[in-house]
Design a protein around this ligand. Structure first.
Ligand SMILES: N[C@@H](CCC(=O)N[C@@H](CS)C(=O)NCC(=O)O)C(=O)O
Length: 416
């Protein structure tokens, strides 16, 4: 099923639907710029009004003619069961947070942000009151996320998508003050903020997919933008109509290889990984690793999670690790890691050994890889040192003394 979402560029309400579609795999064309759709004009046309009587966006039209307005309904429609909440309880909780976003977050967030955008007159008292309300609402969110990775259940749902999208303007417009709020500064690297970063990065990706045209409010500015508009008009109709997700995907293979500047290496990560997955670690994979390891082309690093006091429930810490691996999936031909959670609930640490292509940390080479790495300290190991040999052996095999971790962790349970 294909469908069109009418909106204007960078509309946080449309992001809810776009992210839901991205997660569920629903196909969605975005019509946000002329000639497909011009906000302020197209949404006032009789045809648009006959389908969407309020004339508001986002507005959804399926290729089967099915029309829907209200961003939450559109996001719901484009979701799969997992996003909607797959039990009656979970789906009710999702609805709870979606409503919470609309009625508790958006009103004070708008009252605070709108004056900073020049679309509402600044009033000190109203702004101060709005800030207090935002603070109260964030405290509720933080309290809830203190013991959880996601707002509902054990995975991303529409609750997370909706809540985070509704925080987007606060984040973009008043970031410093927003993050300075009590809990957010303390938890600045916590799981809740991690989740926040994920959706922000998703939203950023969508924003980047939008053709670089001006938002309605900025349309009539100076000549430079006029030139830009002219240039963009040269796009062929086929390009204009291309589904933006497709366009992004189509352009992906052309994206520069972040490691292209490095000379070829004799160490083939895939081959080592095959050995590591299929053969005995100590007798086959480890000797293979050291026989083939290319010192110039690769480096070995030790990582340690910087906020062990935040590692409460082990399953959440495991989610933190597996989530990081998923987000770094594109590095798989250029990196290998063995990361271990030591200890028990409320008393644990996460450390690991990483093998990276090149002599530097790879994370800064792509925006997609930057979500987690600042939460860890990174130490480059001397590949010829005994320390490195021991650590590689212990982390690869998931057994040993792990002396560098220290007591009591190296005596406690290991989660792999
Ligand atoms: N509750 C609606 C709000 C939609 C809405 O207010 N859209 C605004 C833009 S953010 C709009 O299209 N306004 C056009 C108009 O009022 O003419 C939703 O979440 O979809």
């Amino acid at each position: 099923m294909a469908a069109t979402l009418y909106t204007y560029p960078e509309n946080w309400r449309a992001f809810k639907a776009q992210i839901a579609a991205q997660y569920s795999g629903a196909r969605l064309k975005i019509a946000s710029t002329s000639p497909a759709f011009t906000f302020g004009q197209s949404n006032r046309s009789p045809v648009f009004l006959s389908n969407f009587p309020l004339g508001k966006v986002p507005a959804y039209q399926g290729d089967d003619g099915f029309c829907l307005f209200e961003s939450n309904a559109i996001a719901h429609y484009l979701s799969n069961d997992a996003l909607r909440g797959s039990t009656p309880q979970a789906s009710a909780q999702v609805l709870q947070w979606v409503s919470f976003a609309d009625s508790e977050i958006i009103p004070p967030a708008s009252a605070w942000v709108f004056p900073t955008l020049g679309i509402m007159q600044f009033n000190k008292q109203a702004t101060e009151q709005a800030k207090e309300e935002v603070k109260r609402v964030l405290a509720v969110l933080n309290q809830h996320l203190n013991t959880r990775t996601f707002l509902v259940g054990e995975r991303v749902s529409l609750a997370d998508v909706t809540v985070v999208c509704s925080l987007l303007w606060l984040y973009k417009q008043v970031t410093e003050q927003f993050l300075a709020f009590n809990n957010f500064s303390i938890l600045s690297e916590s799981i809740s903020v991690l989740l926040f970063k994920i959706v922000i990065s998703l939203a950023k990706k969508f924003a980047e997919m939008q053709p670089k045209k001006e938002t309605p409010a900025k349309k009539e500015k100076g000549s430079k933008e006029g030139e830009k508009k002219k240039e963009e008009k040269k796009a062929t109709p086929a390009e204009e109509e291309m589904d933006e997700c497709e366009a992004a995907l189509a352009s992906e293979p052309k994206a520069k290889d972040p490691f292209a500047h490095l000379p070829k290496s004799s160490f083939i990560m895939d081959e080592f990984k095959r050995k590591y997955s299929n053969e005995d670690t100590l007798t086959v994979a480890l000797p293979y690793f050291w026989d083939h390891f290319d010192r110039e082309g690769f480096s070995i690093w030790h990582s340690e999670y910087r906020f062990p006091e935040e590692l409460t429930m082990s399953f959440m810490s495991c989610n933190l690790i597996t989530g990081m691996f998923q987000r770094l999936d594109k590095l798989r031909k250029n990196a290998f890691a063995s990361v271990i959670l030591f200890g028990a609930n409320n008393d644990s640490c996460i450390t690991g050994i990483w093998v990276f292509r090149g002599q530097d940390l790879a994370f800064t080479l792509s925006d997609d890889w930057q979500i987690d790495y600042e939460s860890y300290t990174w130490r480059k190991l001397d590949v010829d040192s005994e320390e490195c040999k021991t650590m590689v052996k212990e982390y690869f095999a998931w057994e040993g003394e792990f002396k560098h971790v220290g007591k009591p962790f190296n005596q406690g349970k290991i989660f792999k």
